[in-house]
Each structure stands twice: as structure tokens, then as C-alpha cells.
Write a protein that binds this ligand. Structure first.
Ligand SMILES: *[C@@H]1O[C@H](CO)[C@@H](O)[C@H](O)[C@H]1NC(C)=O
Ligand SMILES: *[C@@H]1O[C@H](CO)[C@@H](O)[C@H](O)[C@H]1NC(C)=O
Length: 292
């Protein structure tokens, strides 16, 4: 066999796997109409007062997490004791894994964008509705999967609890390698449910193949913090299954195609509170003669 052909085939297989615009060749769902991530246009979101807060179960318990380099990202497997209810989700959901999406040197890498702004990094916590036990089973239920997304903002100071995560990523540099992060608490990296009343909700898909269109997405308005030094350490460590540095691991935003993005009322209440507060401020300034 002519081996320039083998090389061509290999190159085309590689680009098919790494180029998101070609995913649908192998995974038809990736070309569907309800894909994720999306750009959230805040002036167009619909406020939905029936979106209540979440109940987190097991988030403060110490857990041992197996971290595995999956070739396209690193997964942090969560035990079934970590669960979720509330948030207008139809039932109880078991946590399955969390993972991050990041960019590269000086390049932001969140998947969701807000009014066109891409954030430095994004955390996804994947939950599967009970009684399903895999994405494949949950895929046939419109809300079979619940994904919680947190956007990161860059700060000067290190996030104290992310160093465990960074060290674990350093131990899974190559495809297939894994390690255990022991005595981790999910509450070390995400705020408690009472501080997460404000969020966006829409119906979409997984953001990697097979792009299962069965996801109730929650993107929290509250951001998490990470230092520039930590960001740098995160994207420098892992490698793709191709051996290339694992950078810019985010899918481009997908068309909304008529979908509506909802915002919980807490988000709106906060905005109203700011306006009220600002109104009072103007009245005070007015009466003290500072403005005319
Ligand atoms: C985590 O692993 C340690 C041993 O490395 C063990 O002592 C501990 O009980 C485990 N914790 C849980 C919650 O399984
Ligand atoms: C990546 O690792 C997985 C699990 O170890 C393995 O099944 C897969 O074949 C690997 N991919 C490549 C391209 O080496």
C-alpha cells in the first residue's frame, strides 16, 4: 500500500477528531439544532421566576477523586454520594464527573461567552438523572443530563484550593494516565447553594462528541477566581492523545436556533436592587445639593 495514503488518512482522522466543525461526520448529534456552548446575550434573556435555588447533597463531604487524562481533556470522576436537586430540574441527579475548559498563553478558554466575552476558564460539573447510570442512557430523556457551569475570572491571588487540582493535572500528562486526589471537598472550589441563586438556564448539549442533546444547562452568574500563575500552570501540563499540548480546549459557540435563555429571578432581583440603591443614592445626592 502506498504510505503517503496512510499518512493522509491518519492526518484526516486526526483533524476530524480535533476540528469541532467536523465532529458531525462521525457523531451526527454534533450537527443538531440544540447544541452547546452558546453566547448568552444578557439583554435578551427571559426572567423566569419559577427557577428556584439548588440543593447540593454531599458537596461538603471528603471524597477521593480519580483524575484521568481522556485524551481531549482531564476528567475528575465524582462518587454517587454527590447529588443535586432543585433548580427546577425534574428529579434527583447524581454527579458523574467534572472537568475544565481552558485556553492557552494569554488566550481565554471558556466555552460559554457572555455578551461576546470569553472568560479565562470554565468548570463543568456533569450530573446524570436518576435512575440512569450513563450518558448513553440519559441521552433519551430531554433533561437526562444536568450540567453546572462556572466561569473563572483572573485575579492576583491564588485560589487556595485549586493547587490540589493543578498538582493532579500534573500527574496525568498523557492520554490514559490517572491519579487519585484524596480528601477533596467539592465545596472547596464551588460556593454553597445559598450563594448561587443567580443563574442562566437553557436546553442544549454536551460540548464534546457525541454532543448528546439532553442537557439542562445552568451557567452561574457568580464567577470563580484563579490567579494568572495558576492558569498558566493548568494549560501547560497536559497533552492531547496526539501528543500535542492540551490547549484551547473549548468548542466554538453554537447557533441558538430559536432557543430561549432564561435567568433566575434572583439575578433580576439583584439588578433591581442595584437600581433601587442607585435611585436612593441619586435622591440623597439631590437633597444634599450635590447634583441639580
Ligand atoms: C480515601 O482514601 C483514603 C486512603 O487513601 C481512605 O483512608 C479514605 O477512607 C478514603 N475516603 C473515602 C471517602 O473513600
Ligand atoms: C487514549 O487512551 C484511551 C484509554 O487509555 C485509549 O482507549 C485510547 O486508544 C487512547 N488513544 C490514543 C490515540 O492513544
Amino acid at each position: 500500500m502506498d504510505c503517503s495514503l496512510c499518512l493522509l488518512t491518519l492526518v484526516s482522522l486526526l483533524s476530524q477528531a480535533t476540528d469541532p466543525s467536523r465532529w458531525e461526520v462521525q457523531f451526527p448529534s454534533c450537527g443538531g439544532l440544540h447544541q452547546s456552548p452558546i453566547n448568552i446575550v444578557t439583554s435578551k434573556v427571559h426572567v423566569d421566576s419559577s427557577l428556584p435555588p439548588f440543593d447540593f447533597i454531599g458537596h461538603t463531604n471528603p471524597i477521593n477523586i480519580t483524575v484521568t487524562n481522556k485524551g481531549h481533556s482531564a476528567h475528575f470522576a465524582l462518587p454517587q454520594s454527590v447529588r443535586l436537586t432543585g433548580g427546577a430540574l425534574p428529579g434527583h441527579y447524581r454527579a458523574n464527573q467534572f472537568h475544565f475548559h481552558w485556553g492557552g498563553s494569554g488566550r481565554p478558554g471558556s466555552e460559554h461567552t457572555i455578551d461576546g466575552e470569553r472568560f479565562p476558564m470554565e468548570l463543568h460539573i456533569v450530573h446524570i438523572k436518576e435512575p440512569y447510570s450513563s450518558l448513553a442512557e440519559a441521552e433519551h430523556d430531554m433533561a437526562g443530563i444536568a450540567l453546572l457551569a462556572f466561569l473563572f475570572e483572573e485575579t492576583k491571588d491564588d485560589h487556595p484550593h485549586l493547587n490540589n487540582v493543578i498538582a493532579a493535572l500534573g500527574r496525568v500528562q498523557n492520554n490514559g494516565s490517572s491519579t487519585v486526589m484524596s480528601n477533596f471537598h467539592l465545596s472547596d472550589i464551588i460556593p454553597s447553594a445559598k450563594d448561587l441563586h443567580s443563574y442562566y438556564r437553557y436546553v442544549g448539549s454536551m460540548t464534546t462528541p457525541g454532543c448528546e442533546q439532553a442537557v439542562a444547562w445552568t451557567v452561574f452568574q457568580r464567577t470563580l477566581l484563579i490567579s494568572s500563575r495558576q492558569l498558566d500552570a493548568i494549560f501547560r501540563q497536559c497533552r492531547f492523545w496526539t501528543g500535542q499540548p492540551m490547549t484551547d480546549i473549548f468548542r466554538p459557540t453554537q447557533p441558538l436556533d430559536g432557543r430561549v435563555v432564561y435567568r433566575s429571578r434572583a439575578g433580576a432581583a439583584q439588578a433591581i436592587a442595584v437600581h433601587l440603591w442607585f435611585g436612593v443614592f441619586l435622591v440623597v445626592l439631590g437633597t444634599t445639593g450635590l447634583i441639580h
